[in-house]
Design a protein around this ligand. Structure first.
Ligand SMILES: C[S@@+](CC[C@H](N)C(=O)[O-])C[C@H]1O[C@@H](n2cnc3c(N)ncnc32)[C@H](O)[C@@H]1O
Length: 373
């Protein structure tokens, strides 16, 4: 029988809006030559090895979708006919349970459930199941793009962040902040408002050379076209980077809230990096104590944002205290602040640069960077 496995996959790497350029750089690091950035993702051609490696190694992505079919249809009869022409055998074996995410815009066929019914009837599949293989269907002006998810559980869920404090960041966003701040993994990092510890733990796993996907599975491993030999070489690469000599930076994670420090510690234990992080229950007014770590490092943090419209005076005081203590004791240190209110951030230091503009949970946020002093 002819080998119908694809040499390249037309892929869309989905990410939080604002991290696209960082994902494109990460893809370049995996040897992906041409990629195109669009809002909320990066399109590219991936070899099978790169598809597996993207799932294993991308830190800023949410999932990797593989394009299965593209066509223009205006009737259900045409939709059924086009679906019947697609060779699904690489992804579906007739028993796979499926779930669908259908969106339509300015299309004659717009009824999501009716479209899903036609897909369920035409695809070789088991049943619909909320945990099943995700099929993404997007129709814009009658042009349908049908994609198969290769990731499964979103890639930012590395498996260690089970304890949550208030307003936790996605691990992918923490990785994006660290990359955009140009934090060098050999140097000191401080998050004085660490909550559940996401920034500090992500940093420690980077310094330890731990692949973000090393502790989890992906849904491409269940595809009929899965190539175990190719996957074995990707996992071998992941364990090589894990055994690299550790660059032991000093990482300090502090929060005034005892519960936050408890959850950060539990998460760090699960990630296997608890011994790389110095946890301190302390308010930012005590930040001066980190100054004794020696040469300047980076302070990267996600302070509380407060309400959408009117930040209270407490929040102004908090940002001003961060500025006062940082400028006094951390002269020369790099600063990365994830904020929703750029005016409030001026309380820390004027003249910070806007490095990222993100959309997180429907809210705009900015990474501002600069230097204390
Ligand atoms: C938005 S949360 C940080 C979330 C964190 N990045 C994560 O992923 O879980 C802000 C944190 O700042 C802490 N915080 C607020 N005021 C503080 C202060 N004066 N000193 C230290 N921590 C403070 C809160 O306890 C909270 O955990």
């Amino acid at each position: 029988m002819a080998d119908r496995r694809r040499a390249t996959h037309d892929a869309l790497v989905v990410c939080p809006p604002g991290l696209e350029e960082l994902v494109a750089v990460e893809l370049g690091g995996l040897g992906v030559r041409r990629s195109r950035v669009q809002k909320g993702g990066v399109t590219c051609g991936l070899t099978t090895r790169q598809l597996y490696a993207a799932n294993m190694f991308l830190r800023c992505a949410t999932r990797v979708l593989v394009r299965a079919a593209t066509f223009t249809v205006r009737t259900f009869a045409d939709l059924e006919r086009r679906l019947g022409e697609v060779d699904w055998s690489e992804w579906l074996d007739g028993t796979t349970n499926l779930r669908f995410r259908v969106t339509t815009r300015r299309s004659v066929l717009w009824h999501d459930s009716a479209i899903e019914e036609r897909f369920m009837a035409a695809l070789p599949a088991g049943e619909t199941d909320s945990q099943g293989q995700l099929v993404v269907v997007r129709a814009v002006k009658d042009r349908f793009v049908v994609s198969i998810d290769s990731s499964g559980v979103p890639l930012h869920q590395r498996g260690w962040r089970l304890d949550q404090a208030k307003a936790p960041l996605r691990e992918s966003v923490a990785a994006g902040l660290l990359a955009a701040c140009d934090w060098d993994p050999a140097t000191t990092l401080v998050d004085p408002m660490c909550g559940s510890g996401t920034i500090a733990i992500e940093a420690a796993t980077i310094a330890a050379g731990r692949a973000p996907g090393a502790e989890r599975t992906f849904c491409f491993q269940d595809w009929p076209g899965f190539q175990p030999g190719t996957w074995a070489s990707v996992t071998a690469d992941a364990s090589v980077s894990d055994t690299c000599e550790l660059r032991q930076p000093m990482i300090i994670a502090a929060d005034r809230d005892a519960g936050a420090i408890e959850s950060a510690k539990a998460n760090a234990e699960r990630a296997g990096v608890a011994n790389m992080i110095d946890f301190r229950q302390a308010p930012i007014s005590a930040l001066s104590s980190v100054a004794d770590v020696g040469s300047p490092g980076h302070l990267v943090t996600n302070p509380p944002w407060g309400e959408r419209l009117s930040p209270g005076g407490d929040l102004r005081n908090l940002y001003a205290t961060l500025g006062r203590v940082g400028n006094e004791h951390l002269t020369g240190w790099g600063l990365g602040l994830l904020v929703a209110d750029r005016d409030l951030a001026r309380q820390v230091r004027p003249g910070l640069s806007e490095v990222l503009h993100l959309e997180l949970g429907g809210r705009h946020a900015w990474l501002l960077t600069g230097r204390f002093g």
